[in-house]
Design a protein around this ligand. Structure first.
Ligand code: G16
Length: 543
């Protein structure tokens, strides 16, 4: 076996976004493109010599090829060992768990998460550090700096290796260890939750539907829900992972998980419904006839987490991304624990979790998780919900109503405008940013602007700063909208408009969400002018 060294021109577009490098699959098929980025990861993190990594992905188109390339590159760069999920498959939270459990030097995860898969869709790659979490900005900046330079990459010239059999093989001087992608993760879940109580609930007739969306959580959910917890066969639907996710968007929200939503709102709805995304880190929670917004889900989970054995000692703190609603903050206040507000991107929770300052974190983008790993974790959220349902004996709708009665309801919605012309979107955001100083005091749609700023974050643990993380306009009654550009899209720009209004009065907590938010929606249009400037009169996705 020979090590080949290839020249690489460097790629100026390999700047990681909110969560790693995501591009159209065909871009990743450009000769040397994947290799250049992988070499940049290895070089910018101190070289692979003698190191151990975890490797796996969500099984989307090109996952199988990319895993073989990365293994040969790791071997050529002198890595000691790569732990890879069977078939090259690992969910993102399972990869994070393996990185931590095996105390490795990090891991490479192949996924474009909730984005569709296929040769004409999306692919992605990211590096997670030894704590199991997505690389922080200092590391992704260093990777980008290396990736855009002219340089070389090294790869072992050899055949593909068998990744379907568990056990160890060697590749050059490197050990390749193929592991069961589910076992370690499922064992971790058993330590956190009261499986006996959940099993008893299913045995007593509790019904559930879990939509794996033909993505990576199928085998995990089948093993844990139907296998270990005794949920009825057929509880998991779309449970076979497919390279193109069956042609769908593996994005667990009411738009893309419409089949599940229809069932949950129908006459024969099961007690509980949930869905997860391409790589298993997102979740959507639905009760019978009752959708739970991700911001409310975070708040309810924080409120009741202590019923689960893994959280019985209580929470150190709760963290949420800035555009996520303030519902979790009110729970933190009641629990007498700190609430943290970070920029969008799970990587920003890493320091808080490592420092033991936050136990549970969440985002409006259907992500919730805890200090058990350093990624958000779709099945973890589902299991904590199940544990809470088993411990309280209350249905989802009742838990939500009780929560609102105690803490008030935060009406919340996100409107996405996808594939907007990038220059137009940049100009829109730039103009709004420039207008911020003049907004306070202005009357808009019957409300008065109280404050308007561009969110900047200083990490309380290491003091690092991140500017321009989302424009927020807050009104005198506490309502607000936030506008930011997505960092995970691969086509044009995606404008995300986050809308929020707090309603403390239980008598007014049963409004339709979009109707309740109508004044905020009108004010956002008057101030930001999305429809007026882009011609988009309705969002592409409403969550
Ligand atoms: C990623 C990040 C999340 C973020 C989401 C949306 O999730 O890990 O922290 O909230 O993208 O980001 P944006 O609004 O920039 O598109 P995932 O599930 O795609 O890895």
């Amino acid at each position: 076996m020979q090590i080949a060294t290839h020249r690489s021109p460097g790629f100026p577009d390999q700047k990681p976004g909110t969560s790693g490098l995501r591009k159209k699959t065909r871009v990743f098929l450009t000769p040397g493109y994947l290799e250049n980025f992988v070499q940049a990861i290895l070089d910018a993190t101190g070289g692979a010599g003698g190191r151990t990594y975890v490797l796996g992905g969500d099984g989307r188109y090109f996952n199988d090829r990319a895993v073989q390339v990365i293994l040969r590159m790791a071997a050529a760069n002198g890595a000691a060992r790569v732990i890879v999920g069977r078939g090259g498959i690992l969910s993102t939270p399972a990869a994070s768990n393996l990185i931590r459990q095996r105390a490795t030097d990090g891991g490479i995860i192949l996924s474009a998460s909730h984005n569709p898969g296929g040769i004409d869709e999306d692919f992605g790659i990211k590096f997670n550090t030894p704590n199991g979490g997505p690389a922080p900005e200092s590391v992704t900046e260093a990777i980008f700096a290396r990736a855009r330079e002219t340089g070389e990459f090294r790869i072992l010239e050899t055949q593909d290796i068998d990744l379907d059999s568990l056990g160890e093989t060697t590749l050059g001087g490197m050990t390749v260890e193929v592991v069961d992608p589910v076992a370690g993760y499922a064992a971790l879940m058993e330590t956190l939750f009261d499986f006996a109580a959940i099993r008893a609930m299913f045995a007593a007739g509790f019904t559930m539907r879990f939509d794996a969306m033909h993505a990576v959580t199928g085998p995990y959910a089948t093993d844990i829900l139907e296998g270990r917890l005794g949920a009825a066969p057929g509880t998991v639907i779309n449970g076979t992972p497919l390279p193109d996710f069956g042609g769908g968007h593996p994005d667990p929200n009411p738009t893309w998980a419409a089949t599940l939503m229809d069932e949950m709102m129908g006459p024969d709805a099961p007690d509980f419904g949930a869905a997860s995304d391409g790589d298993g880190d997102r979740n959507m929670i639905v009760g019978r006839g009752c959708y739970v917004s991700p911001s409310d889900s975070l708040a309810v989970l924080a409120e009741h987490a202590a019923v689960a054995p893994g959280y019985a000692r209580g929470l150190a703190g709760v963290a949420r991304s800035m555009p996520t609603s303030a519902a979790a903050d009110r729970v933190a206040q009641a629990l007498g624990i700190p609430a943290f507000e970070t920029p969008t991107g799970w990587k920003f929770f890493g320091n808080l979790l490592d420092a033991g300052r936050a136990t549970i974190c969440g985002e409006e983008s259907f992500g919730t998780g805890s200090d058990h790993v350093r990624e958000k974790d779709g099945l973890w959220a589902v299991l904590l919900w199940l544990n809470i349902l088993a411990a309280t004996g209350k249905p989802v709708a009742q838990l939500l109503a009780d929560h609102w009665a105690r803490f008030g309801r935060t009406y919340y919605s996100r409107h996405d405008f996808e594939a907007v012309d990038k220059a137009l979107a940049d100009a829109l955001v730039g103009d709004l940013r420039a207008a911020l100083p003049g907004l306070p005091g202005r009357e808009v749609a019957g409300m008065t602007v109280a404050t308007a700023d561009d969110f900047a974050y200083t990490d309380p643990v290491d003091g690092s700063t991140s500017a321009q993380q989302g424009i927020r306009v807050v009104f005198a009654d506490g309502s607000r909208f936030v506008l930011r550009l997505s960092g995970t899209g691969t086509e044009g720009a995606t404008l995300r408009l986050y809308l929020e209004r707090y309603e403390p009065d239980p008598a007014r907590q049963a409004q339709e969400v979009q109707a309740a938010l109508a004044p905020v929606i009108a004010a956002a249009e008057e101030i930001a002018g999305i429809a007026a400037r882009t011609g988009r009169t309705a969002p592409d996705v409403v969550t």
